[in-house]
Each structure stands twice: as C-alpha cells, then as structure tokens.
Design a protein around this ligand. Structure first.
Ligand SMILES: NC(=O)c1ccc[n+]([C@@H]2O[C@H](COP(=O)([O-])OP(=O)(O)OC[C@H]3O[C@@H](n4cnc5c(N)ncnc54)[C@H](OP(=O)(O)O)[C@@H]3O)[C@@H](O)[C@H]2O)c1
Length: 302
C-alpha cells in the first residue's frame, strides 16, 4: 500500500479522512497557500493534490466508466445520490414517477438519463432495467411511509408499502445482479433502509416493518452474492427533512422529542446520507458486506 511521502499515513487512510463534498473545484491559488499554511494533511483534507495525489481524483477515477441506477431519484435523498454519482464520473440512470422532476434532474447534469417508472409494476420494472444493463452500482432508494396507529393500519397500505419498499428492491436487485453474474463482473448494491427498521416508532407500524424486512433482505442478498464479488449493504438514517421526512416529523413537538434523544441534537442532512452511500459504493468499503449502517448521530446508543 502506498504512503503519503511526508508522514506515515497510507493513501487509503487519507481518502477516508477527506470529505468528497469539500474537494470539488479547488483552484490552484488556494492549493499553494493550503500547502504553506496547512501542511500535508491540511491540504489533503481540503482536497488539494500533494505529490500528484488527490483523494478526490482517486474516488472520481473509481466511478468513471461505471453505470449506476438510482431509484426514486426525482427528489430528496435519491436526487442527491444521483447528482453526486454523476459529479464523480458515473453514468447515472434515474427512475421515479414524476416526469417534470425527472426532466429537471436531467438538466442538472449531462451524465444523468431518466426513466419514468412506477416501481410497483413488477414486469415494467424488469423490462426497463433490462434495457439499460449492465448496471454496476444499484441504489434502491425509492420508498414511502403510510402512517397510522397499529389498530388502524389497512391491508391496502400494507400491500402497497411492501410492494414498493421491499418487493421492488428484490426485483431490481435480481435483474441487475443476475446480469452481472452472467458477465462475471462485480458490483455494489446499497439499499436505503431506515432507523425505523431497528426501532419501533409511534404510527409507523407498516413503515418500520418494511425497513426491518429490507435489513434482512440486504443480509440474504449479501450472503449469496458475495462469492460473485457483489456487495450488498444498506444505510439506516434517522429523520431527514425531505418530503417523506416532513410527513412524519414536521410537528415541532414530535421532532424535538426525537432530537432530544440524538446526542448531536439534530436531524440528518441529505448530503450526510449521500456521503455514506458513496463510501459503501466505493472500493474503500470493500470488506463491509450485508450491513445496515446507522446514520443517526448516536440515537441508537442513547
Ligand atoms: N426522509 C427521511 O426521514 C428518511 C429516513 C430514513 C430513510 N428514508 C428512506 O429514504 C428513501 C428516500 O426517501 P426521501 O426521504 O428522499 O423521500 P422523498 O423525497 O419523498 O423521495 C421518495 C422518492 O421515491 C420515489 N417514489 C415513490 N413512489 C414510487 C414508485 N411507486 N415508483 C417509483 N418511484 C417512487 C419518489 O418519486 P416520484 O414521486 O416521482 O415517483 C421520490 O423520488 C426512502 O426509502 C425512505 O424510506 C428516509
């Protein structure tokens, strides 16, 4: 493993210390002053090249030539993931139902192509994904939360939620990974689960159950696909104030009660989920497989 020339840290360490979002579009002038004032790791943490080595460039190179599929990319977390992957050089295929939102996403980056698709339609989903294979990076993000107290949850809401939050994930993952195996190519899958899969939440019976199912689906896929060099992980954020997040948590009394249990005292930002997803899609996380990584500021330990 190669090492930074001015200290003992390995390049692998340095990459994981840096934040890709802080490393974009760094002009030459601050690079010079960065080196004068900050020294090696200061400049590297700011994403500035030293000795010809830039962690941002390395991550970017890893996504060049990769084809990524992001479901539910018209808004919120999925949109953030699609844009980040596109900016890191991947060719991104983005699916959701809202045509207008998809068109505006496509305009934001030339690496993004969009497809209007209702993921609860099993056959159409298979056909659409088959038309864009191979996919090396799959992000199963689309999801929704239908809220009700346990005694009022309906079978219709149950079926719809499981169709979208769980069955569609199995569908997309099967199509993408069967193809990779037939091509003898490795790949990465990241499912967007939730802390709701690990903690019971008032009025979230169906949503919590779908996310617990996703955590186990992630483990089962990881177990059987690991030998084919396909890693499958999930991330489990606490509240992110997207459209979905606002549905459950816009009441300040409820929101503050949750924030009070989070040692960091705040909800999660979209970018903070995106960064962990990018890490799980990269080679830097090569021995993480089958896990649901909490992104919750310590909520689970409080
Ligand atoms: N926000 C949170 O607090 C939070 C916390 C933990 C986990 N999550 C998870 O994060 C994921 C993304 O949620 P978000 O917070 O970013 O919510 P969001 O902004 O409401 O995004 C949901 C996405 O899913 C798409 N979608 C919904 N139904 C669909 C369908 N039938 N077919 C295709 N696409 C569909 C939506 O697009 P269209 O409406 O255009 O189809 C949208 O792009 C979800 O899996 C959610 O469970 C969210």
């Amino acid at each position: 493993m190669s090492r930074c020339k001015c200290c003992v840290a390995t390049k692998r360490n340095l990459i994981s210390w840096s934040k890709p979002s802080q490393t974009e579009f760094v002009p030459f002038f601050p690079y010079v002053w960065g080196r004068v004032f900050l020294g090696c790791h200061g400049t590297i943490a700011a994403g500035l090249p030293r000795n010809g080595f830039s962690p941002y460039k390395q991550i970017m190179e890893k996504f060049q030539g990769k084809r990524a599929l992001v479901t539910g990319a018209s808004s919120g977390i999925g949109r953030g993931i699609a844009l980040k992957l596109a900016s890191l050089g991947a060719e991104v295929f983005a699916v959701a139902r809202s045509e207008e939102a998809l068109k505006s996403l496509e305009k934001e980056h030339s690496n993004i192509k969009t497809f209007q698709l209702d993921l609860t339609d099993w056959d159409k989903t298979r056909k659409t994904i088959e038309s864009i294979l191979p996919i090396h990076l799959l992000i199963n993000n689309a999801g929704m939360n239908l809220l009700a107290p346990v005694l009022e949850a309906t079978p219709e809401d149950f079926d719809y939620s499981f169709n979208l939050n769980v069955k569609a994930v199995m569908n997309a993952t099967q199509v993408v990974t069967k193809d990779l195996i037939s091509r003898k190519q490795g790949g990465r899958v990241v499912n967007i689960s939730s802390i709701a899969g690990q903690r019971a939440i008032q009025n979230h019976l169906i949503y919590c159950s779908t996310k617990a199912a996703i955590d186990m689906l992630t483990k089962c896929f990881a177990l059987e696909l690991g030998p084919h060099n396909i890693r499958v992980n999930a991330v489990s954020p606490t509240v992110v104030l997207t459209e979905l997040g606002r549905r459950g948590w816009s009441d300040p009394v409820k929101a503050n009660a949750v924030k009070a249990r989070i040692p960091q005292g705040r909800f999660v930002e979209v970018e903070e989920v995106v960064n962990v997803v990018i890490y799980l899609l990269s080679d830097e996380s090569d021995m993480i497989n089958g896990h649901s990584l909490p992104i919750e500021g310590g909520l689970l330990i409080s």
